[in-house]
Design a protein around this ligand. Structure first.
Ligand code: SAM
Ligand code: MG
Length: 214
């Protein structure tokens, strides 16, 4: 049977990247997606905005919603200080299988815990399951209609502290209008838009950074 796009992305990594070198994994995926097949990774342009936010926050606890093949997981994990743990959630088992291999190829498996399941089920379990008090940094990049219910779940579950930073991808394309309206109008967040383009295209898209004020 024909291979899937994630499997072809993994092949491109195994062929063109250097084991244990996260930057080469990122470059191999970007090259594949620009030249062979588009895929829904955050990509290089928005990826460098993601890098600068992660570097600025220097988080000790990180949550990612939506792993897909692990591209953004590798981007974030490569910037984390020793001892920092990144938890990433993915509900598609086939994507999770590829992501585990890409994360391991980059040599980042010890920094990353990939949990299979849906965000709505897993977010309420995170505190107990992983001994997390609050997250310093959260990257939202799963299905866009889940951004708003899941940020409300973070609040309800007490996973945010004063100064927690949320970064949401694709707030313009495909778009997360209810989420944007919420973080921009709630007095509990200070929110800012970072304009860019949809991964590997010229279409407008951007990231929304929202700091929880408590
Ligand atoms: N963050 C990845 C990157 O930039 O490399 C891309 C993630 S992709 C845009 C979104 C992923 O979220 C898909 O793999 C999808 O299966 C997963 N997903 C969507 N809704 C989810 C949910 N509620 N819980 C867990 N995973 C979800
Ligand atoms: Mg995205």
């Amino acid at each position: 049977t024909r291979s899937t796009r994630p499997q072809r992305m993994l092949k491109a990594v195994q062929k063109n990247a250097t084991k244990g070198n996260p930057q080469s994994v990122i470059s191999a995926i970007d090259y594949f997606c620009k030249n062979s097949e588009w895929a829904m990774n955050v990509g290089d342009e928005k990826g460098s905005i993601l890098d600068s936010v992660v570097t600025e926050v220097n988080p000790s606890t990180v949550l990612e919603l939506g792993t897909y093949c692990g591209y953004s997981t590798v981007r974030i994990a490569r910037l984390l200080s020793p001892g920092t743990k990144l938890i990433t959630l993915e509900f598609n088992p086939a994507y999770a299988t590829v992501a585990r291999q890409i994360i391991a190829y980059a040599g980042l498996q010890d920094k990353v815990t990939l949990v299979e399941g849906s965000s709505a089920d897993l977010i309420p379990q995170i505190k107990e399951r992983f001994g997390i008090t609050t997250f310093d940094f959260i990257f939202l990049d799963h299905w866009k209609d889940r951004y708003l219910p899941d940020i409300k779940l973070f609040e309800e579950c007490g996973l945010l502290r004063k100064g927690s930073v949320l970064l949401a991808d694709n707030v313009i394309c495909p778009g997360a209008p209810e989420y944007l309206e919420y973080v921009r109008n709630s007095p509990r967040y200070e929110s800012r838009y970072y304009p860019a383009h949809l991964e590997y295209t010229k279409a407008e898209d951007g990231l929304e950074k929202s700091v929880f004020l408590g």
